[in-house]
Structure formats: C-alpha cells, structure tokens
Design a binder for this molecule. Sequence first.
Ligand SMILES: Cc1ncc(C[n+]2csc(CCOP(=O)(O)OP(=O)(O)O)c2C)c(N)n1
Ligand code: SF4
Ligand SMILES: [Mg+2]
Length: 314
Amino acid sequence: MPINNPKRQQATKKILPIAPGHRACAGCGQMIAARTVLENLGPDVIIANATGCLEVTTTPYPESAWGIPWMHSVFENAAAIATGIKAALKKQKRDKQIKVVAQGGDGGTFDIGFGLISGMWERGDDVLYVCYDTEAYSNTGIQASGATPWGADTTTTPTGKCIAKEQCAIDGIGSHQKKKDMISIALAHGLNYVAQTTAGFPLDIADKIKKALSVPGPSYVQILAPCVPGWKFNPSQTIKIGKLAAQTGFYPVIEYTSGRLSKVMKIPQPQIKVEEYLKMQGRFAHLFKNEAGRKQIEIIQAIADENIKKLDLV
Ligand SMILES: Cc1ncc(C[n+]2csc(CCOP(=O)(O)OP(=O)(O)O)c2C)c(N)n1
Ligand code: SF4
Ligand SMILES: [Mg+2]
C-alpha cells in the first residue's frame, strides 16, 4: 500500500511532503535534513531527485513517501531534469508560481552529476540545488566520494593493514584526499546564494532554504548529513555529531549572498578540538590507535583551524 495513500491522507487531513514509513536507517541525518528542507519549500514545488539513499529509501516500488510532485532521475542528471521542468513551466507561463528543486547526495553532486550541475549554473536556471552530504556513496556501501574527508575509513579508502612498518603511516590512515571544495566551485559560477549547514541545525536549514528560494537564479545549499552505518555511530547521536562538525570549525555553517560571505555561525569558546567530533565516529577510530593516526588528527585539526581563521568563526 502506498505510504502516502489517499485513505491515510484523509485520516490525517494532511498531505505530508515526505511521509514517515520510508526505509531510511534510524538516525539517518539525510532524512532529518530532507524533511526540514521539504517543510520549508512550501507548496507549488517540483523536485528532481538524483538516485542515492534519499531516493531509494523513499520509493520502493510500488510505494512512495513523497506527497509532492517528485521525479526520479538517474544518478547524474537531476540538474538537467530540473532545467527541463523549468523550461516546460516557462512555456506554460507557470514558472513564476512553481519552484523547481534538484537534489542529490554528495556522490551525485561533487562527482558524477557535477558536469550537468555546472551547466545548469552556467545557464542561470532558476533552480535550487540541495546536496545532502554523507561524505560517501552511502547507498551502495560507503565508497569514498569527492566529499570524503581526510582520514575517513570507507570501503574504497580502507585503513589497510600494517604489513611493513614503513607502510603503516600511509596504509593506516583511511582517505588520503582532502574534501573537494564545492562551496568555492559554486561561488565560481557566480551564484546569488550559496550556503553550507548541517543536519544538527534544522532551524538553520529552514532559514537557508527560505533565503535560497528568495533570490533569483540558481542557488546551492549543501547540508552535512551524518550517515549511521557509513560513519559508524550510535543513531541517537546524529544531531550531536551534526552540531560538533560545525562547532569544531571542521564543517562551518556559512552563507554567501551575491558572492560575499554574508553570515557565519560563530563557534563556541573555548574552542572544541576536532578530536571530540572524530572520536564519536567509527570511521575515524583507527586514528586513535597509534602515532601515525595522531598525526592525521593534527592534519584534520589544521583544516578546522584554517576554516576558523579564513571565515572568522570566533
Ligand atoms: C551511473 C550510475 N552509476 C552507479 C550507480 C549506483 N549508485 C546508486 S546510488 C549510488 C551512491 C549514491 O551516493 P550519493 O550520491 O553520495 O548518495 P547517498 O546514497 O550517499 O545519499 C550509486 C553509486 C547508478 N545508479 N548509476
Ligand atoms: S545508509 Fe546512511 S544515508 Fe543511507 S539511509 Fe542509512 S543513514 Fe541514511
Ligand atoms: Mg552520500
């Protein structure tokens, strides 16, 4: 029986934009973020959704958790579909009333869908793009993406085994790549509104979605979405981890309006070290085991410190 079935809607007297009963993991940060986004998009919206956990867990055929016009796309082309929807609405002279949103995971955004997102931004299409950043390809078993941070253990950046001593320093650290800076890439496209936040701050997500919708042309909102099996944490800790990501300066909550840094969420003082964030997650557990790992924590702290300085977070 469809989750958003008419009988249920009649009973609740309310069509939810995204209904409960989907198959996402308990404590999924992406679901917390998506629900907040949906609640703040308001009526008259059409969504194009790249495949990934958000799509797969909400649409097990023949069911759907979506109570609004929502379109499946393949992994890479949510942005192109959104452009098409907008063009069709324009032809019907309904593009001013109906908002178009494209959304996808970090894999669909930072990597495989990036070319089509870049094209949409280049054309200046009036579409809000929302990226739910789980820092990995969660739906297919936690492979590393361009959004995976330094030192994280994923199935394609495994911590490895220390076979020879000289290898331990490198094989034992997880990802050897720094996270791709999608915020700067979006800004380089001249977007009017670009923002980053985390699932730890639903009210901030609400604020950013409303602002993104209020500016003309394309806008981009990226939301860190803690993933329970991918990051290996207790499902009760999603919000705390989402908050710590920002409060340590590692994943700052920021927004840019017309290319300028217009708002930052200041971090608490005394400064919370990244260790507090890392130690809650099994994907970083290997960094606490030996000296080589400790050195990686210093590298991660340096990334946070650089953010704090550059973005004036204190
Ligand atoms: C062209 C293509 N390659 C691979 C896949 C398989 N696939 C489906 S979802 C997914 C991972 C999605 O990762 P992300 O975009 O980060 O979303 P998440 O699941 O983490 O929310 C992959 C690799 C696909 N559907 N299409
Ligand atoms: S694997 Fe991660 S992103 Fe996917 S539903 Fe579970 S918690 Fe959410
Ligand atoms: Mg992901």
